[in-house]
Each structure stands twice: as structure tokens, then as C-alpha cells.
Design a protein around this ligand. Structure first.
Ligand code: T46
Length: 137
């Protein structure tokens, strides 16, 4: 996989005790974390995303419930179900993403390498494909 991938976090505990997972920047997360946001209460038929980022790097973690992430990296398309608190999905620059099949209780947490900037978004798919030609050459 190029420019995206799954990251497994440490998980401590037992069924009797419960579980604890730890995430450290520059160790588990391959960047300094400048921003954290959460997506909640998404109706099951809603699809979010439909964009890529030029610079932003992110790790998506499903803290509760489940969600499907469709990814396109200019070369291959894949679909990943996030439903574990100790697994993060790394999305690098120029990865197109669509999020669907949100369970009613889904809490999707995102760790981001940059502050919010609308200028970093590519929301037009044709423009994304055009920029991929130079990015992935
Ligand atoms: C991404 C996926 C996984 C802000 O004002 N600050 C923020 O930090 C963010 C993330 C969003 N916003 C505003 C911009 C929009 O008016 O929140 C509104 C919803 O954002 P958007 O439509 O981009 O949401 P999603 O769910 O399509 O995408 C979000 C992130 O924006 C995006 O970076 O990769 O989650």
C-alpha cells in the first residue's frame, strides 16, 4: 500500500480488567499532532468525505462502533472497515477518501498533522485526478 496504511496501537488489559490503548506522536503516529477532531451521530445512509488533501496527514481511529473508509491513492482503490480502538488508518497527502456505513454509535476520531485549512482540500474529483498525475509520477 502506498501513502496509506493501518497502524496497530499498544493495547493493555484483560477481559476482567478492561483495556487501555496508548498512542504517542512520532512513535505510533508518524507526525506531530496539531489538531484532533471527532465525527459523531452520522445517519447510516450518509456518506462524508469526497476529498483529498494536498499536504495534510491524518490518522483515523474508530473509538466506538464502525465505519467504512473508501480510499483511492491515484493508483489503487481499497475499502477498509474501522471498528477497533487499537487500530488507526493513516492517510497521507493526495489520498481520496469517502466515509460510509457509519454505525449509529460511531465515534470517529481523527489526529491531524496540520491546523485546519480549506485551501489544503481538493474537493473536485477531476482536479484530484489531474494533480495525481504530477504527485504520483
Ligand atoms: C477528512 C475526513 C476524515 C473545521 O472548521 N475544522 C476542522 O478541523 C474540520 C475537520 C472541519 N471543519 C469544518 C469544515 C466544514 O464546514 O467542518 C465542516 C465539515 O467538514 P467536512 O465536510 O470536510 O467533513 P468530512 O467529514 O467530509 O471530512 C473530515 C475532514 O474535514 C477531512 O479532513 O479527511 O473528515
Amino acid at each position: 500500500m502506498y501513502n496509506y496504511g493501518l497502524i496497530k496501537f499498544k493495547k493493555f488489559g484483560t477481559d476482567e480488567l478492561g483495556y487501555l490503548s496508548a498512542i504517542e506522536e512520532m512513535r505510533d503516529i508518524p507526525f506531530h499532532i496539531k489538531r484532533v477532531y471527532f465525527i459523531t451521530d452520522v445517519p447510516p445512509e450518509t456518506i462524508r468525505g469526497f476529498h483529498a488533501h494536498r499536504v495534510l496527514r491524518q490518522v483515523l481511529i474508530c473509538m466506538q462502533g464502525s465505519v467504512t473508509i473508501k480510499i483511492y491513492n491515484g493508483n489503487e482503490k481499497t475499502e477498509i472497515v474501522l471498528d477497533q480502538t487499537d487500530v488507526g488508518l493513516y492517510l497521507g497527502p493526495m489520498t481520496w477518501r469517502e466515509m460510509s456505513n457509519f454505525s449509529k454509535d460511531c465515534v470517529l476520531t481523527v489526529l491531524a498533522s496540520e491546523y485546519y485549512s480549506e485551501d489544503d482540500y481538493i474537493r473536485d474529483y477531476d482536479m484530484y485526478l489531474k494533480e495525481c498525475e504530477t504527485f504520483y509520477k
